[in-house]
Each structure stands twice: as C-alpha cells, then as structure tokens.
Design a binder for this molecule. Structure first.
Ligand code: UD1
Ligand code: CA
Length: 472
C-alpha cells in the first residue's frame, strides 16, 4: 500500500454510523405493535428510516430498542430492511435521549461520524441530511426547522452574534425562550470521539429528570467546538408520530409527495389526495389513475392504461391500452394489451390474460390463462383452467375444479363457446370450436366442433295449476 500523505482532512471521509432511537413506548398508539413498526405507505416507519440511512451510505445502523425489543429484533433480523450492517442495542430503561445514544457508543469506532435519527420520524429526506453531512466533520451539526407553533419542541437558543448557545426543552424554557420559533428536530451529527465524552457528561438535572441529548450543545459550546445548524425545508419531514392521527397525517403527506413526483413524470392521477401507493409503480406514457386506486407490491402499467376508481392492484403487470374499470381487485396477475377488465372483476394469483381479453363483472379468475380475444363478461368462476383464444365464456359458467380434496384442471380449446350456467366438472377438456349448450353439467370431455348438451331433456308445464294462497 502506498504511504498516505497530507493531513487527515484530505484522506478518506470518516465512516458514518447512524443511531436510530426506537426505545420509546408509543403509549398513545394504543397498540400491541411497537410504534416504529406501524406502516407508512405499507412499510414500517423504521424501514423508511433505515432506507434513508442506507441512501446516505451509512457503514452501520445502530437501532436502539426498549419497549417491544423482542418484536423489533425479530423484525430487524427477518426483514432485510437495510443492506447496511445492523446492530440492535437494548436500552432497558428509557432514561432519556442522551442515555439512549450512549448505549450504542461501545459499538461505534472513535473515528466515525455519528448521525442520530428517530424511528418515529419516517419522512426525513436523504437530501436534507446530506446538507447536514456537508458541515465540518469536526463540529456538531443540528438539524433545526422553523415552526409556526413550536409548542412541545426544544428551542434553539442563539447568542447576540447568532451563534448557537444551547437547546432548551419546552419544560425547562423561560417565557422568552418559548417564543423562539426555531426548533430542534432532534437530528444531530457529531464526531464519535467528542460525542462519547459529551454523553458521559450529560446529567438529568432538568424538569423531566431525563438525560437530554440536547445538552451536548451546551457542552460543545463550553469545549469551543463549532455548533452549526441546517434548516429542514418543511416541518413535515421532521415531524414525529405519537398517535394514529399523526400517522395518518404523515401517510397523506408521503402519498401527496409521491403522487406529485409521479405527475411530474407524466402519470395522470385524478386526485393526488386520493392516491395510495404501498409498493412500487412503473408507468408508461399517458397512464390514468382515477380516484381511490390502491397500488401494492410491484405494479407495472403500459402506455395508455386506464385504471378506474376504487381498484386495487397488487403485484400486477398490465399491457398497453388496457382499461380496468372501477372496483376491481387484481392480485398477482399478468394482463395483456387492450384488455377490458371489470367493473367488479377479481383476478387472483396466477391469472394470465393474453391481449384483447374481456373480463366483466363478478368474474373470478384463479390460476388460469385466457388466450387472445377470449371473453368472460359476467358472473363466472374460472380456476385451474387453460383457455384458448377466441373463447366465449357465458354468464354463470363455473369450473368445478375442487373435489373437496384435490384441484383438477379444465382445458378449453380455441374458439369454443361455453353456454351460460354451464358447470365444467374437472378434470375435463373441451375441444376447439366446441359448443356447449346453456345449463349443461359437463363431466366428460366434449369433442371439438360439436354441440354438446347435458341437461334434463323434457320441460313440463302443469295446466290448471294454481298459486298457493295466503291462509285467511
Ligand atoms: C426530543 C428533543 C427535542 C426535540 C424533539 C423533536 C431531547 C431531550 N429533546 O424531545 O429537543 O424538539 O425530540 O421531536 O432530545 N427515546 C429513546 N430512549 C429514551 C428516550 C427517548 O429511545 O430514553 C426515543 C423515543 O422513542 C423517541 C425519541 O427518542 O423516538 C425522542 O424522544 P421523546 O421523548 O419523544 O423526545 P421529545 O420530548 O419529543
Ligand atoms: Ca417526541
């Protein structure tokens, strides 16, 4: 290895260690689930924070857990929420934010930079934190924000020259300090060596008898270490969640942000206030989403796809020009081009529709394929079926795929016509171009190109029959 020359400042940047505080109880959620596992956009709040830390290139995330520690540990181990190294640190008594960070320090190298984030502040943006990381590596960085109503937050106290002198908590603040509108978001960046020393010196001599992380500001000033602030652009991104109302407010904020970003990329969203993305959405050109569309998992929509109101799309791929009408639930399905789906259609896992397929109201399709141009326009159940192209499935057709123990396949050849209210008792094969008469119960294979009929032959009428009368 070549010998390194120059001072420490022009060598490799110090590794970034992120401490995520998540030990609090979250009493006001009134939930058995630890607060940070409550979801925003379908993913736990903690996962959002871990992903942000990862985007910053963190060498390691240290998650401080306390209440619900075992549930959180199990989730952290199982989730692969972050590709970075993960350390779970237990803080068995919640003695304050400084005490919480101190628990993580034994695992953090002396030369690291430590960024403190909060598991219940899910919308924090990597870009904002990057501004903080631009500050001098030797100083103490604080992320602040301007709050119209600063109630409940720690206030940033500045001296005559504007330099930060301290942070005071609401409960410890004087009347004049309470009027300060620059608040502490809680996010702090400090060199590990300094931080360790400061954390050890913090005491609990305050209104809450807690070890306040914010007290390190006073200690830094005393040690003549530069304290700098970066202001977050919006209060929204630094807001914490304490109850379900705040969770819902941040969910909407997240959705609004996502919807606006997608609209800028050309996706037509009828109402960004009624859009819900809980996964990833890839769109071609001129895609239109009506109100109340819910996207879950990985969804891909081709050019000119229209999705009607109140439709749920979960792990689906939809080809160009397909229209999905209102109130459909499409789950783990692949849909071709120029199809017409719904209203009120349900596609279950492994439904495969080729191009120009029509699926109408109250049609359920599971583990079945429909070939090009086939139609099932009303009231049908198609399960474990392989259906060719140009097939017409009449109203009320049911594949009887389940004998109570096993599932059996139905095969329908190209161009077949299945009359209304037909039961196809699987396993059964219908030949190409076969014509099944309405109301048939088909338990044997039907030959190609022929009419097959299987129902009571005679129709009786009783002359002179009288309707029953109500007793007097
Ligand atoms: C803290 C800040 C305050 C800031 C506000 C921003 C302190 C002393 N005050 O106040 O200046 O304006 O955040 O929201 O830091 N936690 C632990 N272990 C503990 C205590 C807390 O893990 O022993 C976690 C909590 O789960 C929570 C976070 O740290 O996620 C913040 O703690 P909280 O008690 O809510 O601090 P605030 O009083 O809101
Ligand atoms: Ca709080």
């Amino acid at each position: 290895m070549a010998p390194r020359s120059g001072s420490a400042s022009d060598s490799v940047p110090p590794p970034l260690h992120v401490v995520i505080l998540a030990a609090g109880q979250g009493t006001r959620m009134r939930s058995v689930l630890p607060k940070v596992l409550h979801a925003i956009a379908g993913r736990p709040m903690l996962e959002h924070v871990l992903q942000t830390a990862q985007a910053l290139g963190a060498a390691c995330c240290h998650v401080v857990v306390g209440h619900g520690a075992e549930t959180l540990r199990a989730w952290l181990v199982g989730s692969h929420a972050a590709a970075t190294d993960l350390e779970v640190v237990v803080q068995s008594k919640q003695l304050g934010t400084a005490h919480a960070v101190l628990q993580a320090m034994p695992q953090i190298p002396e030369d690291a930079r430590v960024l403190v984030l909060y598991g219940d502040v899910p919308l924090i943006q990597a870009d904002t934190l990057r501004d903080l990381l631009q500050l001098d590596v030797r100083g103490l960085g604080i992320l602040s924000a301007q709050a119209h109503d600063p109630h409940g937050y720690g206030r940033i106290v500045r001296g005559a020259g504007g330099a930060v002198r301290s942070i005071v908590e609401e409960k410890d603040a004087t009347e004049a300090q309470r009027r300060i509108q620059e608040i502490n978001t809680g996010v702090v960046l400090a060199p590990a060596r300094r931080l360790r020393d400061w954390l050890r010196r913090v005491d609990d001599n305050n209104a809450k008898r807690e070890f306040y992380l914010t007290d390190i500001v006073r200690l830094a000033v005393r040690d003549r270490v530069a304290v700098r602030t970066v202001q977050a652009e919006s209060l929204e991104e630094v807001q914490g969640v304490n109850d379900r109302a705040q969770l819902a407010a941040l969910e909407r904020a997240w959705q609004r942000r996502e919807a606006l970003a997608m609209m800028r990329q050309g996706v037509g969203i009828r109402d960004p206030e009624r859009f819900d993305l809980r996964g990833s959405l890839l769109c071609g050109q001129d895609v239109h989403l009506d109100v109340g569309v819910v996207i879950e998992g990985e969804v891909e929509l081709g050019d000119h796809v229209h999705i009607g109101p109140y439709t749920v799309l979960r792990n689906v791929r939809i080809g160009a020009g397909t229209h999905v009408e209102s109130h459909c639930v499409l789950d783990t399905a692949v849909i071709g081009r120029a199809c017409r789906i719904g209203p009120f259609a349900r596609l279950r896992p492994e439904a495969h529709l080729a191009d120009q397929v029509h699926v109408g109201n109250f049609v359920e399709i599971k583990k079945s394929s429909l070939g090009q141009g086939s139609k099932a326009n009303h009231l049908a159940y198609l399960g474990d079926a392989r259906i060719g192209s140009g097939v017409n499935i009449g109203a009320g057709v049911i594949t009887c795929n389940y004998d109570g123990v096993n599932k059996h396949p139905t095969v329908i050849g190209d161009g077949a016509f299945i009359g209304t209210d037909t039961q196809l008792i699987a396993p059964v094969t219908i030949g190409a171009g076969a014509y099944i008469a309405a109301g048939s119960s088909i338990a044997m294979d039907a030959p190609a190109g022929q009419l097959t009929i299987c129902r009571a032959r005679e129709q009786h009428s009783l002359p002179g029959w009288k309707r029953p009368q109500k007793k007097a």
